[in-house]
Design a protein around this ligand. Structure first.
Ligand code: NIG
Ligand code: FE
Length: 421
């Protein structure tokens, strides 16, 4: 049972709301119903936090001081969390998609100067204003579908000026939309043209200059460990430097081949290892032991027409928390819907809808290290909420297209999905 504070502990002020006549999918661990569902409960939010959750209607003086939100039996869930995006970028790579559809591989396109490096060229050329404006359209789509927290990576600048520009854009989006953004430095995403053939020198620059300069502007550091990007030794160096600077760490790992970095990163304390199509089954228990989240990115799997699937059954058997994210980016996963990513995780990777919804709420909060404040509906957490016009929680990720999200709230304040500046 959820701990309900006694009425005298409640701080009643003008910022109090009462949420009535909702079905509440708490996603909380300690509620045994599927989706942590509570029927017939009443909820109070105060000062932007969830203050109480009770099976009885509220009594005076709660009733007098609060504003009321009536649910008409709609579903209330935690706000969705997209824990892995590259949604700030210049340009567009639809042409590469056409090339891939006629047989070229992601790797060959990257080797010929396309792929990530083509977006790097466009992002370096784009002004900060232009990046804010283009990313705002994408962020607006996420928010319209109930997302209240997003991770946004750099990684298309690959020099001091443009990496910092991307991180500033991420912060501005958070402020302008009134949501939480976790900005992540991904300077080790690809070797930039000026370091061509000198990847060790680039990694040294990232560790000596870039990470220390970015540490006030990001909360985590990511690295792309792959045959077309950085080696295990180089990736280790990047994440170790991040730890030394007091930052959280995570990694793109085992996406296109098995490099063996996911377990190295897990042992270093990575919050999550992302993609992991080529993670060997036996490594799942290491993730479990280290408390590392496995973040699945079915959008990239789908767009790259991969066939090797992540070891989902084994991850579940070892009780590794699974998160799902859009990986929103202009190349491997141009997906602007976290609901669609959850749907792909069910259809392509075999998650149940309940596991998929858990993966875009509670486990996504774990993947960002912010579960103390969001990811579930529990007393004491932020009132980050989404209202859905659905008859069952599975409908959140059932249809592709359409949008059953009626409204969403960040710390009890209605989120607007239009960019006003
Ligand atoms: O997560 N894998 C590396 N990075 C991105 C792709 C970025 C791009 O293609 O622009 C990903 O899939
Ligand atoms: Fe990614």
């Amino acid at each position: 049972m959820i701990a309900v504070p006694m009425p005298h502990q409640l701080i009643l002020d003008s910022t109090e709301q009462i949420w009535a006549d909702f079905r509440i999918a708490t996603l909380a661990r300690n509620v045994s119903q599927p989706y942590g569902l509570l029927i017939g409960y009443w909820m109070g939010t105060s000062g932007g936090k969830i203050a109480w959750l009770e099976p009885q209607p509220p009594r005076l003086p709660k009733v007098e001081r609060a504003s009321w939100i009536w649910g008409k039996q709609q579903l209330l869930t935690p706000g969705l969390i997209d824990c892995h995006t590259h949604c700030v970028y210049g340009g567009n790579r639809a042409d590469e998609w056409e090339r891939r559809l006629s047989g070229e591989s992601y790797q060959t396109i990257a080797a010929s100067g396309g792929g990530i490096l083509s977006t790097v060229r466009a992002t370096r050329l784009a002004s900060e204003e232009a990046l804010v404006a283009s990313a705002a359209l994408r962020v607006g789509s996420f928010l319209a579908e109930g997302v209240t927290t997003m991770e946004i990576k750099s990684g298309y600048g690959l020099n001091m000026e443009s990496e910092l520009k991307m991180l500033r854009v991420a912060r501005r989006l958070a402020v302008d939309f009134g949501i939480d953004v976790e900005p992540t430095l991904l300077a080790a995403h690809a070797v930039p043209p000026e370091y061509h053939g000198r990847s060790d020198d680039y990694v040294q620059w990232v560790c000596r200059d870039m990470i220390p300069a970015a540490k006030e502007h990001c909360t985590a550091v990511d690295v792309f460990c792959e045959s077309i990007a950085f080696t295990v030794a180089q990736s280790t160096q990047v994440l170790q430097t991040a730890l030394d600077c007091g930052l959280k760490i995570k990694t793109h790992a085992e996406q296109l081949s098995h490099q063996g970095f996911a377990t190295v990163a897990a042992k270093m304390g990575a919050l999550s290892v992302d993609h992991i199509e080529f993670l060997p089954e036996v490594d799942c228990q290491i993730l479990a032991r280290c408390g590392t989240v496995a973040t699945l990115l079915p959008g990239a799997f789908y767009y790259l027409r991969e066939t090797q699937k992540p070891p989902v059954k084994r991850l579940l058997a070892e009780a590794v928390p699974i998160a799902v994210s859009t990986d929103c980016n202009p190349g491997s996963s141009p997906i602007l819907s976290l609901r669609a990513a959850a749907n792909l995780a069910c259809v392509l990777f075999g998650l149940t809808p309940e596991q998929a919804i858990m993966a875009i709420t509670r486990n996504a909060a774990d993947a960002l290290g912010i579960a103390q404040r969001c990811g579930t509906i529990e007393v004491g957490k932020d009132a980050d909420l989404a209202i859905w016009d659905v008859s069952s929680p599975a409908e959140i990720c059932y249809a592709l297209g359409g949008n059953p999200c009626v409204a969403s709230f960040k710390r009890a304040k209605r989120i607007r999905t239009q960019f006003l500046n």
